[in-house]
Ligand binder design. Structure first.
Ligand SMILES: *[C@@H]1O[C@H](CO)[C@@H](O)[C@H](O)[C@H]1NC(C)=O
Ligand SMILES: *[C@@H]1O[C@H](CO)[C@@H](O)[C@H](O)[C@H]1NC(C)=O
Length: 258
């Protein structure tokens, strides 16, 4: 464990402010539509992210959701391929019984040079997604990209998602949308536990980007903690698993039973 990164990690979580719940209309439980790439998507041969772990282990009191993560997706392909239309349709039909939220996490593929998506394009695309969520009376939550588990010679996570993380923050600033900094929180946790333990979350031994089922639960719970911090009215419905939450807060390694 690296002392400096551990201290930064702890201060990140101990500085969480306790806010009062918002006054909120009818007490409908939330419905979470998860929009994103393979680092959100359901576990499969070609991908797998935090989405299923979040949906299956943290939702309480009638809260529900659906994982729309698509392997290889960019902000452009997610719309062009019809995934975004599916998200909007699901949100509209859920609105009857639920208070809908849409998490929006892109960047891993948008940053690839062959996609020809500039950071200015990425910001504009994210802002458009935010506005379209609001147009159907749902609440958008921008999510910065889950860290890759590649480590440098100092044993620290290589920070190669800085451009898309900055673009997501700029989109939140422009639109006033909620944002959770999963890139920072996941990087700090991965630095706290170290490379060998981090690789136990790999979808397969050589895949440092995608998560297996246990990794999905760990990072799904990290997302839950960040959402509760950013949107306090959701705390009643989004409850991290105690043992996983404790490990995440302390920067201790955990490999949950799934
Ligand atoms: C990349 O995008 C720019 C701006 O949209 C466009 O002008 C250019 O033709 C694109 N290049 C390729 C190789 O697609
Ligand atoms: C490893 O990454 C950290 C964080 O970005 C950086 O501070 C450090 O200098 C890097 N070490 C090497 C050897 O590249």
């Amino acid at each position: 464990m690296h002392v400096s990164s551990t201290l930064a990690y702890l201060s990140f979580f101990t500085s969480l402010a306790t806010a009062l719940p918002d006054a909120h209309g009818k007490p409908k439980p939330p419905f979470f539509a998860l929009a994103g790439d393979s680092t959100t998507a359901t576990q499969s041969a070609g991908g797998g992210g935090w989405g299923d772990g979040f949906l299956s282990t943290t939702l309480q009191k009638g809260a529900s959701g659906k994982n729309f993560g698509h392997n290889g997706a960019t902000t452009v392909s997610f719309r062009a391929g019809g995934d975004w239309a599916n998200v909007i349709t699901a949100v509209k039909s859920a609105s009857d019984k639920y208070d809908p939220y849409v998490t929006i996490q892109f960047g891993h593929n948008d940053q690839k040079p062959d996609k020809n998506i500039s950071m200015a394009d990425l910001i504009a695309n994210l802002v458009a997604l935010v506005e379209e969520v609001r147009a159907v009376s749902a609440t958008p939550i921008l999510v910065t990209s889950l860290s890759r588990r590649t480590y440098n010679a100092s044993g620290l996570v290589v920070e190669n998602l800085a451009d898309v993380t900055a673009a997501t923050k700029a989109a939140a600033q422009q639109s006033g949308a909620h944002i959770i900094d999963l890139n920072r929180a996941s990087t700090e946790y991965l630095n706290a536990i170290g490379e060998l333990d981090a690789h136990t979350y790999n979808l397969n031994p050589t895949d440092n980007t995608h998560l297996n089922d246990e990794g999905s639960v760990v990072f799904g719970n990290l997302v839950a903690m960040l959402i509760d911090r950013e949107v306090p009215r959701l705390r009643k419905y989004v409850k991290p698993v105690k043992s996983v939450e404790q490990a995440l807060k302390k920067g201790d390694y955990v490999f949950p039973a799934v």
